[in-house]
Ligand binder design. Sequence first.
Ligand SMILES: [Fe+2]
Length: 148
Amino acid sequence: MGQALTIPRAALTAAEEHRRLRSLLAQVEGAFGRSTARAATGLDVVAAGLDTLRGPLGAHFEEEERAHLYEEIEERAPEQAPVCARLRSEHDGLIRRLDSLRTASPEARRGPTWAREVRSLLADLAGHEERETDLLTRTLDGSIGAQD
Ligand SMILES: [Fe+2]
């Protein structure tokens, strides 16, 4: 029980942020279906959504690393080290893809690949956070790493 009560500040913060990030991802996803008669087309709204996502996502990844979230999980559940290593290693690539897509020119946004790459990034981000949420949930409820 003691272990279950100590993990947690970093894990709870991360879990809370995952909820907020999911809602931002849903907003970007939802923007694909939107079009207006005026200047802001669906794709421009998607691009604005990516800009909105950048700050919270970058801060979230940095906070997980700064707060040693993965190290805490690994301490309690050493067998999860490969999962933690993979999640941690995905951060840079996800941010790089986001930056590349959100800084694409308006012409590039209307090209053949931009929207597909955005959807692929959104799916990968959702998958990343889902795997992490799953790991956190299992760590928090003691179903893994209950070594005491
Ligand atoms: Fe996360």
